[in-house]
Write a protein that binds this ligand. Structure first.
Ligand code: DQA
Length: 151
């Protein structure tokens, strides 16, 4: 099983940026956590981060062309603005889980809108970096239930 784990803008700054919202785990630590978790589960994890919207669109498409089984995505601020990312997820029709480290529903009004949610099987918000591991487990369970190509 192969899962793409995509992170949007400023998530490379984890550990530095607003620790009151995002905690003290660095992006490097997060990658190590995900890698360990996926290895134990026998899942190939392809982790990518960009501050640029188009890169994220390209990688969602790449996940399709590389026959990935699912996508975990924390789109960062693009969550609240990006029709392009919504369209990309809809285009590839891979099961996707949206992750937010912070509890977005308890933050500013502009964070209450997620353009991507409509194309995701689940949104995990406010579970810290553990949310990524939960998302991986959800995709594994989803694949076991439904097989491939099953959003
Ligand atoms: C975030 C929440 C977004 O509102 C914010 O713009 C981020 C991170 C989160 O992980 O909690 O960059 O997606």
């Amino acid at each position: 099983m192969k899962i793409y784990i995509l992170n949007g803008p400023n998530l490379n700054m984890l550990g530095v940026r607003e620790p009151e919202h995002y905690g003290s785990t660095t992006y490097r630590d997060l990658l190590d956590m995900i890698e360990r978790h996926c290895q134990e589960a026998g899942v190939e994890a392809i982790c990518k981060q960009s501050n640029h919207e188009g890169d994220l669109v390209d990688w969602i498409q790449e996940a399709y062309f590389e026959n990935a089984d699912g996508i975990v995505i924390n789109p960062g601020a693009y969550t609240h603005t990006s029709v392009a990312l919504l369209d990309a997820l809809k285009a590839v029709r891979l099961p996707a889980v949206e992750v937010h480290i912070s509890k977005v529903e308890e933050r500013e009004a502009f964070r209450q809108i997620s353009y991507l949610r409509a194309a995701c099987i689940k949104t995990i918000s406010g579970h810290g970096v553990g949310g990524y591991l939960e998302a991986v487990d959800l995709l594994i369970a989803h694949a076991n239930r439904n097989g491939k190509d099953s959003q």
